[in-house]
Design a protein around this ligand. Structure first.
Ligand SMILES: [Zn+2]
Length: 246
């Protein structure tokens, strides 16, 4: 499409077709069997609004340039794929180096952006969000990356939602629109899941935190879960994240 720019680097290079779920990951999860993924969008209260099922191999998107796709994104896939078996063995963030945790954080944010753009839902993330991940350098601000264990499945599942910010109370936040100003994405791979939450409010006034002690935090700081738990579904895990006044 003429005039379209790469969502990451912003340059008008020729855009290439990119798998929403990388082929190596589809193979990792499904072995020789055809994989399946489910993407669910949930409303503010976590009720599923719709679900899409598709063959991941046919699910592609053309929003990234060849330089990004074959450059930093390709390197990120290689780096993350080397870490993934260890995440499955033990997802405790303290078992990973700072560099490895940054790789995990960049990978889930990158994958969440692509998955978000691949769905025909109303955009929640502003255009500046992906660009701040340009060249795979920096994790966007106000992002919190977490993970945990989920009932094992051969399909890759994800949910995207807005934050259940039930603790919001300040009157000066009257303009806050959780549907527009917050985002949570969670993706499961076999028996583990990774996710990130983000908000677009003043970070000095608002804090995004994990209020579920069975979730591990990977970014910004490593913080292992205190309770061992296997979630039945990803939606419940998303409730572990909340936005509250500092
Ligand atoms: Zn690019």
């Amino acid at each position: 499409m003429a005039g379209r720019k790469c969502i990451f680097c912003g340059t008008p290079h020729a855009l290439t077709r990119e798998h929403v779920l990388p082929v190596w990951l589809q193979e990792y999860v499904g072995g020789d069997e055809p994989g399946e993924f489910r993407g669910t969008r949930a409303n503010f209260f976590g009720m599923p609004l719709d679900e899409r099922k598709a063959s991941p191999n046919s699910h592609t998107l053309k929003v990234v340039c060849g330089e990004c796709n074959n450059g930093w994104m390709s390197r990120l896939e290689v780096a993350f794929s080397a870490i993934l078996p260890r995440l499955e063995m033990d997802i405790n963030p303290r078992r990973f180096s700072k560099t490895e945790r940054a790789t995990i954080a960049k990978w889930i944010v990158k994958t969440g952006i692509i998955a978000h753009l691949s769905s025909n839902y109303r955009r929640i993330l502003p255009e500046t969000f992906p660009i701040s991940l340009s060249r795979g350098q920096a994790i966007p601000g106000r992002v919190r990356v977490f993970g945990g264990n989920v009932a094992e499945s051969k399909s890759i599942r994800w949910i995207q939602s807005n934050l259940a910010s039930t603790v919001l109370s300040r009157s000066d936040l009257a303009s806050f629109d959780p549907l527009k100003d917050s985002f949570v994405f969670i993706l499961s791979i076999r028996k583990v899941f990774l996710g990130f939450g983000w908000h677009d409010l003043n970070r000095n006034a608002m804090n995004l935190s994990l209020n579920d002690s069975s979730l591990h935090q990977f970014y910004p700081r490593p913080q292992p879960a205190q309770i061992s738990k296997v979630f039945d579904d990803l939606q419940m895990a998303s409730f572990g994240l909340s936005l509250s006044p500092r």
